[in-house]
Design a protein around this ligand. Structure first.
Ligand SMILES: Nc1ncnc2c1ncn2[C@@H]1O[C@H](COP(=O)(O)OP(=O)(O)OP(=O)(O)O)[C@@H](O)[C@H]1O
Ligand SMILES: [Mg+2]
Length: 466
């Protein structure tokens, strides 16, 4: 069976004709299931997401129009082809209005049906290709947007690329603002599922009582207020990727329903007995320690293992301080370009050092906010300075030597750098002591004479003996 063979449901009550068409369709590579009645068709549609449905309009009992309606409601992306009797063009027109892709009039040659099918498929392919190109354009920024050249980020990029090629479930962990959602999108857009949807649902943002219906959908009257039948996010993600954000906040009841989806790839809409089969890739994310929650008994162990097939751990910004200059530049370009008139602003080295010394509890998101604020505070200037950074960051000493000191890609002049740091610290100690050299020397654990010598030498800018 070809990898992308299409699943087709053929609905007709004339057994001989149906059998003959089914056989020839199978010869052309379609995977065909047959339904002899409207009821039969409905039951099969409830269980399986067919790519194509070909149905006669005139059926005993539940007629073709109802089958078509059910098919399109459940699977908005299904390709529906209608078979109509001679002289019933009005039916065909109505069917097209309803969302059918095309129609064919009885009696017909098999080749005519094949032609209608192939052109509908081609149209669909072009449409999703356009959608893909569009989504690529929209999202290119975001994929390329995973900025970072540090060791950990290079390893991460490689891992994401490998993971994208598979359909395995992924569990992304990391502190707030580290780019978990960005990573999930990168996986989807790097995957063979990229032409289909990336559907995100934040489990902590939706009240528990509504989350189930949001995820699985519901039928009319399933609960108070359920006026119509609605597809859940899971169904919307069919053939694509479902991103379950903050999965750690799910209730135990929902956890077991999710487990079933992961194990059996099937579920029911709320209030419905029909089982729906689904082809979806699940990416979950959490900033909580699920392993610990399993130990505490607040998260199902079996679900944890089903989710944690491929663990992806995003590093905190503290662990990759060497990416901060690059990220700052990235945000300055992005935010500067959004301003009218467009601004080209740089960050002073001193400001950059503060940014690199700051512990960043809110990670990249916080950095982006700080850059945005600084840009606003820098008014018309072309350079952002320490004073434009918020008080939290201004108050962090730009101390080197903590093992996380920035090392520029292009290399550096070590002696000059050290001298610069020495001079800054000596000046700052003098500021703090209102110029009292004895006290300043004491703060720096130096002899007074050494401090004076150093200061003279450094202010002359002479590289020399220490
Ligand atoms: N590596 C990165 N390069 C560029 N931008 C990034 C990077 N990581 C995160 N961002 C940006 O930081 C912000 C937060 O990212 P995202 O929403 O993916 O984080 P998160 O881990 O899902 O956070 P939370 O746990 O709070 O939901 C976004 O604006 C995102 O574009
Ligand atoms: Mg997030």
């Amino acid at each position: 069976m070809a990898e992308n063979a299409k699943h087709l449901l053929l609905v007709d009550d004339e057994a001989a004709l149906r059998e003959a068409i089914a056989e020839r369709l199978a010869d052309h590579g379609f995977i065909v299931e047959q339904a002899a009645s409207g009821e039969d068709a409905m039951a099969r549609l409830a269980e399986f997401a067919f790519d194509i449905i070909v149905t006669d309009m005139r059926l005993p009992g539940v007629d073709g129009r109802a089958v078509l309606e059910a098919a399109l409601e459940r699977y908005p992306e299904i390709i529906a082809i209608i078979i109509t009797g001679f002289g019933t063009v009005k039916d065909a027109v109505n069917a097209i209005k309803q969302g059918a892709a095309d129609f064919i009039t009885k009696p017909f040659q098999f080749d005519a049906l094949l032609h209608v099918l192939t052109s509908a498929l081609e149209q669909r392919r072009l449409r999703s290709e356009n959608a893909y190109l569009r989504s690529q354009l929209d999202d290119r920024y975001r994929i390329d947007g995973l900025v970072g050249r540090s060791r950990v980020m290079r390893d991460l990029a490689q891992l994401l690329e490998t993971v994208a090629a598979t359909s395995s479930t992924v569990l992304i962990t990391g502190e707030t603002g580290t780019g978990k959602e960005l990573a999930a999108r990168a996986i989807h857009h790097g995957s063979p599922r990229r032409a289909n949807r990336f559907v995100a649902i934040n489990c902590s943002a939706i009240p528990e009582t509504l989350l189930e219906a949001e995820l699985f959908g519901h039928v009319r009257g399933a609960f108070t207020g359920a006026v119509g039948t609605r597809q859940g996010r899971l169904e919307q993600a069919h053939k694509g990727t479902l991103f379950l954000d903050e999965v750690g906040t799910m209730s135990p009841a929902l956890q077991s329903k999710l487990l079933r989806v992961l194990q059996e790839r099937e579920f029911e809409r709320v209030g419905d007995a029909h089982t729906i089969k689904i082809d979806v890739r699940v990416i979950a994310a959490t900033h909580s320690d699920l392993g610990k929650m399993v130990a505490d008994g607040t998260f199902r162990e079996d679900l944890f293992y089903r989710l944690n097939v491929i663990p992806v751990q995003l590093p905190s910004l503290r662990e990759r301080r060497d990416d901060i200059p690059l990220l700052v530049q990235h945000f300055l370009e992005k935010l500067g370009a959004e301003q009218v008139p467009r601004r080209h602003v740089t960050m002073s080295q001193d400001a950059l050092r503060r940014l690199m010394a700051y512990p960043w509890p809110g990670n990249v998101r916080q950095l982006e906010n700080v850059v945005e604020r600084a840009l606003a505070f820098s008014h018309g200037r072309t350079q952002i300075d320490v004073a434009d950074l918020g008080p939290d960051i201004q108050n962090v000493p730009a101390s080197p030597g903590d093992g996380n000191t920035w090392f520029p890609d292009e290399g550096m002049d070590l002696e000059r750098y050290i001298e610069g740091v020495e001079l800054t610290l000596i000046k700052r100690s003098l500021e703090r002591t209102q110029g009292n050299k004895v006290q300043a020397a004491r703060l720096l654990n130096l002899k007074r004479t050494t401090l004076i010598e150093k200061l003279k030498r450094l202010e002359r800018g002479q590289p020399g003996v220490a």
